[in-house]
Design a protein around this ligand. Sequence first.
Ligand code: PMP
Length: 327
Amino acid sequence: MVTAAPETAPPILAESGPASPMLEWAFFEGRMVPFTEAKISVGTHAVQYGTGAFAGIRGYLDDDGETINIPRLPEHAGRLLNSAKLLRAELPFDRASLAQTVIDLVQRNAPTGDVYVRPFIYKASVQLTPRLKNLKDELAIYMLSLGDYLDTSKGVKAIVSSWVRVPDNAIPGRGKLSGAYVNAAFAKDEAEEKGADEAILLNTSGKVAEGSACNLFLVRDGVLITAPITGDILEGITRRTILQFAADEGIPTETRTIDRSELYLAEEAFFCGTGVQVAAIASIDGRPVADGRPGPITGRLQALYFDTVRGRSDRYRHLITPVRVVR
Ligand code: PMP
């Protein structure tokens, strides 16, 4: 029997309007439409089989109140097209036109605060067989208001998940493929059930991969360490930004396989991602990371990150696409 949703169900993602974080306009199958009209059939291939690819792009309101600063827009567009390529999607968009469509939508919505933009390329056919070829591909983009995804003001609690990160030869995790996020959802739920904020997934070799929706860095003996992109992780754009910051700041880095036990010995640890931003980790499996407070390298990189994405850093202004909005 199908039952009605409980009345206490959060209103999030239902409609656009004052109670919802969704912004009014969406891009849907070639046109700007009200978000509430950007709808697909329940029989859509991507809904049934997870045959979609998405991006998660932030926009930060500049201090001038009139500009939305989008960090690394060309890289997000490029990764989305790579994810779509894994799905053999065929669309009339290249990196530049995809990025421009995001800019057009931001201008159309003219946000008054920080936003998150979610482009989605998906197998749009209503078709029964799970396959990739000979299906219609479409692009939709919607936007919502978004503050912190994980608390960035203090350290978060993490656990090592009993769910293994989906391996490259099952569902390639280097792309943002919708179906792979069932794996992320299992891990996130487990973390929350255990009173933690975020999960750390190991890969099928038992080595540290990443969080459910973020990459991971450790500091050991003053060296900043992160897993390699061949370690069943998403090819994170923030991860690359952090590695660049570290190089510029003279912080030594290593991109290498990480053992689980190193999580328990780290002097510092943090998650990073477009949504997550830079979030210090206070404990892993109930073991405090050092004294449980964000460490100095994490603090430095976090400050640089927020300066950059908010458009306050001259040095890293080239990482930002500023979008003027007229209200
Ligand atoms: N890993 C996973 C599984 C993610 O979903 C994300 C969020 N996109 C990240 C890492 C971080 O990637 P990025 O810095 O490109 O947002």
